[in-house]
Design a protein around this ligand. Structure first.
Ligand SMILES: Nc1ncnc2c1ncn2[C@@H]1O[C@H](COP(=O)(O)OP(=O)(O)O)[C@@H](O)[C@H]1O
Ligand SMILES: [Mg+2]
Length: 320
């Protein structure tokens, strides 16, 4: 496992709240997220489907739909992203922050050869001409572990395997040498061997280029392979944050412990945990894990505890 050794802060999320009033009324999909990302680290953002992980990634990219309501701030290298004029944000997006999206097939244009799709990113961000961009594309595709890159770049997306498509997407995201890479479930659609290859590719990029990776996943098994620090989110609330070793050896929040202990309850289809409910949750207030928690008392139903510093991490639970 790579180490993150005291790098400076690259991004700070402060009290980020996101809702989709058109679809979900007054419900917040993200309920006041506070997170700090350090330069050069892999931060894993772990949670079940619908917990608000992708919405957080989209907020970084300025790509939430116009009907989304967004409050709070994201500071990136000290700059408040939400107050940047749109043209400035376009310079940050793609060049300094880029994202690998959750659905690899929809993120590529099916009618354009993959080499050209990568070359376009070079032309846009590095001002290279067509020839120069195509040369750089071959180099980058090789660096991403695509054999015969010169030949494969003439392929259309459907001619490549899932793993090769994911490598092309990572190449597109890395073309401008971003400081921060948001990887939204980059291995979910892949089989286990290919998953491992993509993880080791991302690890290498983090080590060799010092790219900070915000690694979104629902899979705590993958997290151990790649992350330095982990944040556990449920229903839009961050419940625990800790260095990866500590999270696995001494998980603090009952929800984190459940995630680690009850992997057999994992439903692959819905990507949620089918845990037995211990009791009903009386209201939307309080802890999102209330219905399942063996430690819960009435306070937990009524009030969400603050995120407290414990050991080298943070936990949001009245037990601490
Ligand atoms: N574009 C959108 N329009 C409406 N609702 C959305 C949109 N994106 C996300 N949501 C809602 O916000 C919540 C969080 O979604 P998301 O961030 O995609 O979760 P995750 O990535 O953790 O699975 C979900 O309830 C989802 O239905
Ligand atoms: Mg998602």
């Amino acid at each position: 496992m790579a180490r993150s050794e005291g790098w400076g802060v690259i991004a700070e999320i402060r009290n980020l709240r996101i809702s989709f009033p058109l679809y979900q009324g007054r419900k917040w999909a993200l309920k006041g997220l506070d997170l700090t990302l350090k330069g050069g680290e892999v931060f894993a953002f772990v949670g079940e489907s619908g917990s608000g992980k992708s919405a957080t990634g989209y907020a970084f990219m300025g790509l939430l739909p116009p009907y989304a309501r967004v409050e709070g701030t994201i500071l990136f290298q000290g700059r408040d992203l939400f107050s940047l004029p749109p043209r400035e944000w376009c310079k940050v997006r793609g060049r300094q922050i880029s994202m690998i999206f959750q659905e690899p097939m929809t993120a590529l244009n099916p009618t354009v050869k993959v080499g050209r799709q990568v070359a376009e990113v070079f032309m846009l961000h590095s001002g290279l001409d067509r020839r120069g961009a195509l040369d750089e594309t071959v180099r980058l595709l090789e660096e991403m572990g695509i054999p015969n890159a010169e030949v494969r770049m003439e392929d259309y997306p459907h001619q490549l395997s899932g793993g090769m498509r994911q490598r092309v997407l990572i190449a597109m995201a890395m073309a401008a040498s971003p400081r921060l890479l948001i990887a939204d479930e980059p291995t979910t659609a892949l089989d286990v061997t290919v998953q491992a290859q993509i993880i080791s590719l991302l690890k290498r990029l983090q080590k060799e280029k010092g790219t900070t990776i915000f690694f979104i996943t629902h899979d705590l098994g993958v997290v151990a392979e790649i992350a330095h620090r982990v944040g556990v989110i449920k229903d839009g609330v961050l419940l625990e944050e800790a260095p990866v070793d500590q999270l696995y050896s001494k998980p603090l929040h009952p929800y984190t412990r459940a995630l680690l202990e009850v992997l057999p309850h994992w439903d692959r289809e819905t990507r949620t945990f089918q845990l037995p409910r211990v009791r009903e949750r009386p209201s939307a207030e309080g802890c999102p894990f209330f219905s399942y928690c063996f430690h819960a008392n009435s306070e937990c139903a009524l009030e969400l505890p603050p995120l407290k510093d414990v050991a080298s991490g943070k936990v949001r639970c009245w037990l601490y």
